[in-house]
Design a protein around this ligand. Structure first.
Ligand SMILES: [Zn+2]
Ligand SMILES: [Zn+2]
Length: 339
């Protein structure tokens, strides 16, 4: 089968490798669609994320869907031909975090594309059957691949413990920002303000329910004038400027939710404004147990995933997809790779 490996920053190479063996509780999935995530682009550009450095040529990709091609002997829940969204993380199930239900921060978790665990930019993958979630007929494989970033946005909103009626600022309207937007709307946000420098992304945010969309320049003052400071801010841009801005767009006692991954491995908040307003900062790590819920919301038309899949590439064109995402050209939200 065809496999794409990252040898060093900006250096993808195709390989021919054997189709993986699958265990009795696993299925073999023919990958259909994979979205290019900002975290994949980090590896592509820098060869690592923080201290996570691949030791061998690495397979990226974790936002994926596909079709079941073979089933293990003990699998009763899936059959050949079923279309599935892939839950990209497999937690250990026995550590202290797993026992408490925090499977997303299990220290032993295996996650597609996070070294040393390989990702989905390949034709086939063997994966535990319960982590392959069937999708209904009215859903496309692109929408099923978008379920992963959507689950991250949904989880961030869950962690924010909204009660309804909150004013919300969202910094960055890539796939995560647009997912947070839609999830916060479902939770009853009273006002949703989205900030992004890319005009096409702002247009999608508007279509998906933002009350106000703003370019980054001058946005802090605009938000303060409009709301007096919002109750919540979600940082979905991964940029130092956006992280610093979070404290300034909030009212006193407001809450900062940090989802973006910064290029430099640090976050910087200005002390006096954060301290005087007695702000709370909550970091967000991936998601947990939300794949089924996301599939249901997309299928019922309550969440629009299709609008986030802005560009399509073939497997051979993967490098073009990564360059597009890296340079944030053409208003890209998610570049989808069709295998
Ligand atoms: Zn992702
Ligand atoms: Zn665990």
């Amino acid at each position: 089968m065809k496999v794409l490996r990252l040898h060093k920053p900006l250096d993808f190479r195709f390989h021919d490798e054997p189709v993986p063996e699958y265990g009795s509780d696993e299925v073999l999935v023919k990958i259909g669609s994979t979205g290019v995530c900002a975290s994949d682009v980090h590896y592509y550009r820098h060869g690592k994320i923080g201290e996570q450095v691949p030791k061998e040529p690495h397979i990226l990709g974790h936002e994926s869907s596909g079709v079941v091609a073979a089933v293990g002997a003990d699998v009763k829940t899936l059959k050949v031909g079923d279309r599935v969204a892939l839950e990209p993380s497999k937690s250990c199930g026995h550590c202290e975090m797993c026992k408490q239900g925090y499977i997303n921060i299990c220290p032993n978790v295996q996650f597609f594309g996070t070294p040393p665990f390989q990702g989905t930019l390949r034709e086939y993958i063997a994966w535990r059957a319960d982590l392959c979630i069937p999708i209904p007929d009215n859903m496309t494989l692109d929408e099923a691949a978008i379920v992963e970033p959507l689950a991250v946005g949904m989880y961030a909103v869950q962690l924010a413990e909204m009660k309804g009626g909150e004013s919300v600022t969202i910094l960055g309207s890539g796939a995560i920002g647009l997912s947070v937007l839609q999830a916060a709307k479902l939770e009853g946000a009273s006002k949703l303000i989205v900030v992004d420098p890319v005009p096409e992304r702002r247009a999608i945010a508007k279509k998906l329910g933002a009350d106000i969309v703003l370019d980054s320049a001058g946005s802090t003052q605009h938000i303060i004038d409009e709301t007096g400071g919002t109750d919540l801010v979600f940082e979905c841009a991964g940029s130092p400027d956006a992280v610093r801005q979070t404290a300034y767009v909030l009212r006193p006692k407001g809450k900062i939710m940090i989802i973006g991954i910064p290029d430099e491995d640090s976050y910087c908040f200005d002390a006096s404004v954060s301290r005087r307003r007695e702000l709370t900062v909550q970091f967000v790590r991936r998601s947990r147990n939300l794949v089924e819920k996301c599939i249901e919301l997309i299928s019922e038309g309550k969440i629009d995933a299709a609008s986030m899949a802005t560009h399509v590439f073939s497997f051979d064109e993967t490098e073009d997809a990564f360059k597009l995402a890296m340079e944030k050209r053409d208003g890209v939200v998610r570049a989808m790779i069709h295998m």
